[in-house]
Ligand binder design. Structure first.
Ligand code: SF4
Ligand code: SF4
Length: 95
């Protein structure tokens, strides 16, 4: 991978537009799940994962990697986390 590819991160869309994984929200503030489940204390969130040109929430991608839960439970836990984070409901970060 070329170094420049590391910095080809999408620009933050307008609030309410589909999330494009720019990562700004999780780089600047921790969500309630990061505080509770990861016991993180300051941003950037340790669960941020970068792949395919964008950031993803690692708690959503693979809960067992961060929570110590069995990998077999990933699917079930992911559905709870997606709901808690309102995944699919657009960017909720202010401009
Ligand atoms: S919710 Fe918004 S700020 Fe956060 S990663 Fe998605 S587009 Fe970026
Ligand atoms: S747990 Fe996920 S949504 Fe919350 S701050 Fe970390 S990466 Fe972002």
């Amino acid at each position: 991978m070329e170094d420049s590819a590391l910095f080809e991160i999408p620009r933050k869309p307008l609030e309410g537009a589909p999330c494009n994984g720019c990562g700004l929200c999780c780089a600047t503030a921790l969500c309630a799940l990061a505080l509770e489940l990861l016991e993180a204390r300051e941003a950037p969130c340790p669960a941020m994962e970068f792949a395919n040109g964008r950031f993803w929430c690692g708690l959503v991608r693979k809960p067992s990697r961060y929570c110590g839960t069995p990998p077999l439970s990933d699917r079930l836990i992911r559905s709870f986390i997606e709901r808690a984070l309102a995944i699919g409901e657009g960017c909720d970060a202010e401009e």
